[in-house]
Design a protein. Structure first.
Lengths: 509, 314
């Protein structure tokens, strides 16, 4: 059998290897591995020569020894499980919108204890600094006065909320739930690609992935000591309890959802059920005398903490968008009066703005007097003339992102773009440079995925979920998102991405 | 539970009951029409509209039947009622069992799919049968999978309030003297039709034999405590639901709704049919319908749309 190693996605500046056969020491694997690329990016499972990395050895052996029918059976069982539970996501942008079962790949991604420890320390450091930044920003802005972060960058940010100036939030906790996206660079180290500090989603997929894997492929877990993640619900609940207003010992906590038509509704309902909390919509809540109440058949019940999955803009028609039907009139009054805790606080968007992102390492140094444990990805600011000119000349090599967007929208991937797309982005950048940043196209790490009986390599990232209540807790692993289209670098579920179960080991193998 | 959820559950039950009732009425009338004289038709459709609480219409029967069955644009149609029930269920999907939702969805999709030909053929009866069976299956699944909590009681309240109103409307339409004088055999046919419209023919005959006297038929459908489609039966269930719901309230005074439900039940429970006729069947039916309307309004006032100041709790 001729094993040819060739890249299916060639990135500029990355050398295309000469035809090297993949040396596999495990018979039976050849068929699956035919055509699997082994260079061009860090491969999560395989080393350069084709041997599995030490942590993956036992997984590889098991998969190699498994007959094809068993793998197929497992795939069908997994798909059925997701289908029955109605775990779907709305996919936009292909002419219409459709409900699709969230694609799931059966080959888990494994992180060693050592790798995870560094991630954990790095993210703890980062979230601490970001929280201090928000606290500072809305109470005088020392970091701005000291010239560390440019004032105009903050004030020109759409998500900076003047309404939060001077507002005291419970425990000074602005970011109770964060999802920071990590990528692994070709040298094997992790960098932070972006932070999500407003309404990060995907945790329900992380939890159901693990549950499905345990049901469908229990034998894979046998030789490993995988750290559990199903305590997320408890830990989220503890985090929410920590946000209770002063003097409130037994807070009533609710999950605020935009409703059944929202693409992430499944997750809102899932988490509410896991935590045993009431799932409410804006229309179930009323404010009275600066307290928030929910309308129940037994009368009005006071609400003390809201886990909100509604964006700032739609939260309160009296303060923000007046046409919003999703919010609660007067909510901000109750919040400012100190009678309500919210996860996350209003106004956190200024800290996950993609242009402000470039300053996070400086924030870490400023507030904590430490060097960042996890680096940023190099970022070009387009409102700076010299950087902008250079970027416009190199659009075909770079990734351009809209600063206020999420979900992978408003993004240009240079090497995969058409001339027309680049021209369009050029126009947009020239018109509103503050709204865009550019980054080099990264060779995101790849992980093997089982598709149609073959092992193919797809780009992945990692989104751990960070909870900040009485202390910072990070559930081991997180959501590994997969760009399902060959060569694609877009992993977002709303644009057709998929996911894998992520295993953090108790040891290093 | 959230007031919005109670509201949705209540309306799921009312819409389904309405769809089932309409479906049964159309089925019965279409069947009978086949072998009865043509000149009976116009009064028949007039009676149908009155019993459904709908305004009179000059439409041809085929048009009317289609409008009441499959016209999604007509809020009173079977298809529209099922769609409304399903939409309400969707909003409270988390509060009902997954099997309940599946059945609701299945029923909804099924009625969307039935393309009906213009002529009266067996497919029309298929539609009505599937609707009735689909709704009955929903109730069966609910009975088997839903805990007897607040949600359950709101469903019962909705179902039986709708039933009380439907059956009294039927009685009004069939048993009160109409504008045209009729021969005795026509009265007889009418009463059989009435019983069939409530699936009551078998039960009635078992109790009274095939002797369709006006007072007996009216008494059976109005006052029987045992037959599921009698108004009295519905009143008993309404009172049970109201009592169960009021037991959950703390501090607020539900006495008005308890009194109304009690009054409805005792009005039907302690009357004999000859007393009803002495007072006047029309007056009695009006009283029942008025009480049902008041129970509906009070239900909203107590549990769903109450004023904020009146109801601050804890």
């Amino acid at each position: 059998m001729n094993h040819r190693a060739y890249t299916t996605s060639s990135l500029p500046g990355v050398p295309i290897p000469v035809n090297e056969p993949a040396q596999s020491v495990f018979p039976g694997w050849q068929d699956i591995l035919t055509g699997y690329p082994l260079s061009g990016a860090y491969d999560e499972m395989f080393q350069a020569g084709g041997d599995p990395r030490p942590a993956f050895r036992r997984l590889f052996e098991q998969l190699a020894a498994m007959p094809a029918e068993e793998i197929e059976r497992a795939q069908r069982a997994a798909a059925l499980s997701f289908l029955r539970q109605g775990i779907t996501f709305t996919v936009y942008g292909r002419g219409d919108q459709t409900e699709q079962i969230f694609p799931h790949d059966l080959v888990p991604r494994i992180l060693t204890r050592t790798e995870w420890e560094k991630i954990e320390r790095g993210l703890t450091q980062r979230i601490t600094a970001l929280n201090l930044f928000l606290q500072d920003l809305y109470h005088g802005g020392r970091i701005l006065r000291d010239g560390v972060v440019p004032r105009e960058l903050v004030y020109s940010c759409r998500h900076f909320r003047r309404e939060m100036q001077g507002v005291k939030v419970p425990r000074n906790l602005y970011i109770a739930v964060a999802g920071s996206d990590l990528v692994r660079l070709p040298d094997g180290s992790f960098a932070v690609l972006e932070d999500n500090l407003r309404v990060p989603s995907g945790v329900s997929y992380m939890l159901t992935n693990r549950q499905v894997m345990k049901n469908v492929f229990p034998q894979l877990f046998q030789h490993y000591s995988v750290r559990p993640i199903d305590q997320y619900g408890e830990e989220l609940l503890a985090t929410l309890r920590a946000l209770a207003p002063a003097g409130c010992d037994q807070p009533t906590i609710v999950v605020l959802t935009p409703g059944v038509y929202n693409s992430a509704y499944f997750e809102h309902a899932f988490l509410a059920r896991q935590m045993g909390l009431e799932l409410v919509e804006g229309r179930d809540l009323v404010t009275h005398n600066n307290f928030v109440y929910m309308r129940t058949t037994a009368g009005l019940r006071r609400v003390d903490v809201i886990y909100r999955r509604v964006d700032d803009e739609f939260l309160d028609p009296l303060t923000f968008r007046s046409d919003s039907a999703l919010g609660v009139a007067g909510l901000m009054h109750a919040y400012r009066a100190g009678n309500l805790g919210m996860a996350n606080a209003v106004g956190t968007g200024v800290a996950d703005d993609k242009a402000v992102y470039a300053w996070v390492p400086d924030m870490i140094r400023y507030y904590l007097a430490e060097d960042p444990i996890l680096p940023n990805v190099e970022t070009y600011r387009l409102d700076q003339r010299s950087q902008r000119d250079w970027v416009l000349d190199h659009l075909h090599e770079l990734v351009v992102k809209a600063t206020g967007e999420s979900g992978g929208y408003g993004m240009l991937i240079g090497p995969h773009s058409t001339t027309r797309e680049r021209a369009e982005f050029r126009e947009r950048i020239l018109e509103k440079p503050r709204d865009y940043i550019a980054q080099p196209t990264l060779a995101l790490s790849r992980a093997p995925c089982l598709m149609n009986g073959r092992m193919v390599a797809r780009h992945v990232d990692l989104r751990p979920y960070i909870l900040y209540g009485e202390k910072i807790t990070i559930v081991p692993g997180g959501l590994t998102r997969v760009a399902l289209r060959e060569g694609s670098l877009v992993v977002n579920s709303s644009q057709g991405g998929g996911s894998k179960d992520t295993w953090v080991l108790s040891g290093d193998e | 539970m959230l007031s919005r959820v109670a509201d949705s559950l209540y309306w799921i039950a009312r819409y389904l009951e309405r769809a089932e009732h309409t479906s049964r009425l159309l089925d019965v009338n279409l069947h009978l029409m086949l072998d009865q004289s043509a000149w009976l038709e116009e009064p028949r459709w007039r009676r149908l509209l009155v019993s459904l609480n709908l305004p009179p219409s000059q439409e041809a029967p085929e048009v009317l039947v289609r409008r009441l069955s499959t016209d999604a644009g007509n809020r009173a149609s079977i298809v529209a009622c099922i769609a409304a029930a399903r939409e309400n269920a969707r909003q409270v999907r988390e509060q009902i069992s997954s099997k309940m939702w599946e059945q609701m969805n299945r029923l909804f999709l099924r009625v969307q799919q039935l393309p009906l030909p213009d002529t009266w053929d067996a497919q029309w009866y298929e539609l009505y049968r599937e609707v009735r069976e689909g709704i009955q299956l929903f109730h069966g699944i609910t009975d088997a999978t839903l805990s007897r909590n607040e949600g359950w009681h709101f469903l019962q309240a909705g179902r039986y309030l709708e039933r009380a109103i439907s059956v009294t409307s039927l009685l009004e339409s069939y048993m009160l003297p109409g504008s045209e004088p009729e021969a005795e055999h026509q009265h007889h046919e009418r009463r059989v039709e009435l019983l069939r419209s409530c699936e009551a023919l078998d039960a009635y005959c078992r109790q009274f034999t095939a002797d369709f006297r006006a007072d007996q038929v009216t008494g059976f459908l109005l006052l029987s405590p045992e037959f599921p489609h009698s108004v009295h039966f519905a009143a008993i269930r309404i009172q049970e639901a109201v009592d169960a719901l009021c037991a959950e309230l703390q501090g607020r005074n539900p006495s008005r709704i308890v009194r109304l439900a009690g009054r409805l039940r005792s009005n039907l429970g302690f009357s004999q049919i000859d007393e009803v006729f002495a007072v006047g069947l029309r007056e009695h039916i009006e009283l029942v319908q008025r009480l049902c309307g008041q129970i509906h309004t009070t239900l909203y006032q107590v549990f769903i749309s109450y004023q904020i100041e009146a109801s601050l709790v804890g």
